[in-house]
Design a protein around this ligand. Structure first.
Ligand SMILES: [Zn+2]
Length: 324
């Protein structure tokens, strides 16, 4: 559970709920996600008693997931600006109590794009908010809002530390990064995590070229130049082993899972299930286990100083060849 939902949960618990929040910090996607998550917490009819997380199953959650909840109101800039009409339209709805949930959630994305008229109209509402409404003003930084608006809101800050990496990636990558953090002896810095993601991305792209698009020559040359780059840095080189182990482990899961569809949920490299499924078709368990053993062996050898480029070429090529 991320920090922001936790803090919001504490607020809900304490009963000292505000009627307006500013969500700031993080990437635009992360802010958006956080705002929707907090709105879900408000609109769920059966949220978890200890964490206050939305249940995901009730009608409130279902409607929210479909973007159809009548008590969810969203405003975004139109042609770069939020104009007074858009805010007036929201204010008009507030006269009525929420239709289905205890509280209506009003999300104003890029709230700093409100023009002065719009901002003043909103301010009037924030000064005397009708009951049963909760505003979330989503901005990169609270400093971009009028101080009069700021003083009416509670500020929730998304921390970019470490999370920024997760935020910019799809959720499937989180599993990969978390595992990496668990396995590494020293805590990997953000650059190392970034590098691991990038390298894995390039590798998966090359694999897709090879196995899905049949552009084999191009794929192999991409892999070899990646290998050359990787072998320049001993530290980063170790990450290649980690990446390949996750691929091998996923492939094994697919092979032994047979036709089970839920195997996908187990994959570390979740988002590449199709590609890995394709690769798994031409491999058997024994081959993958041999590859894993070879990875272990080479990893030990690199500590004794064998040529890194040779080592990475030889392990990478396992993935770029025909196993019939
Ligand atoms: Zn629910």
């Amino acid at each position: 559970m991320d920090g922001l939902s936790k803090r919001f949960s504490t607020i809900l618990e304490s009963g000292r709920q505000s009627h307006a929040y500013i969500i700031e910090g993080g990437s635009p996607e992360a802010r958006r996600e956080a705002a929707l998550e907090l709105a879900s917490m408000l609109l769920c009819q059966n949220r978890d008693r200890s964490t206050n997380r939305p249940c995901g199953l009730c009608t409130g959650c279902k409607k929210m997931a479909q973007g159809l909840h009548p008590d969810l109101v969203t405003v975004s800039p139109h042609k770069g600006m939020i104009r007074i009409d858009a805010i007036k339209e929201v204010v008009a709805q507030l006269k009525f109590p929420p239709l289905e949930a205890q509280s209506r959630a009003i999300l104003i994305f890029d709230a700093d794009r409100m023009n002065p008229d719009a901002a003043n109209t909103l301010l009037k509402t924030l000064e005397e908010p009708p009951k049963g409404n909760c505003f979330f003003l989503v901005v990169s930084s609270q400093g971009s809002l009028l101080s009069t608006i700021r003083s009416r809101c509670q500020v929730l800050t998304l921390h970019t530390h470490k999370c920024s990496l997760y935020e910019m990636e799809k959720d499937g990558d989180q599993r990969f990064l978390e595992l990496l953090e668990e396995l590494e002896l020293e805590e990997p810095g953000p650059e190392k995590l970034q590098w691991a993601l990038e390298t894995r991305g390039r590798l998966l792209e090359a694999l897709a070229l090879y196995h899905l698009e049949g552009k084999r020559a191009k794929a192999v040359s991409t892999a070899l130049s990646l290998s050359k780059e990787i072998s320049k840095d001993k530290d980063l080189f170790g990450l290649l082993f980690f990446i390949l182990k996750t691929l091998a482990r996923d492939t094994l899961a697919i092979i032994s899972g047979g036709d089970r569809e839920d195997v996908v949920d187990l994959l570390i490299n979740h988002a590449s299930a199709t590609l890995l499924g394709h690769i798994a078709q031409s491999l058997d368990e024994e081959e993958v286990i041999q590859h894993l053993l070879r990875l272990e062996k080479l990893e030990n050898m690199t500590r004794r100083g064998i040529n890194l480029e040779y080592a990475s070429n030889s392990i990478l090529l396992f993935w770029f060849s025909e196993h019939e």
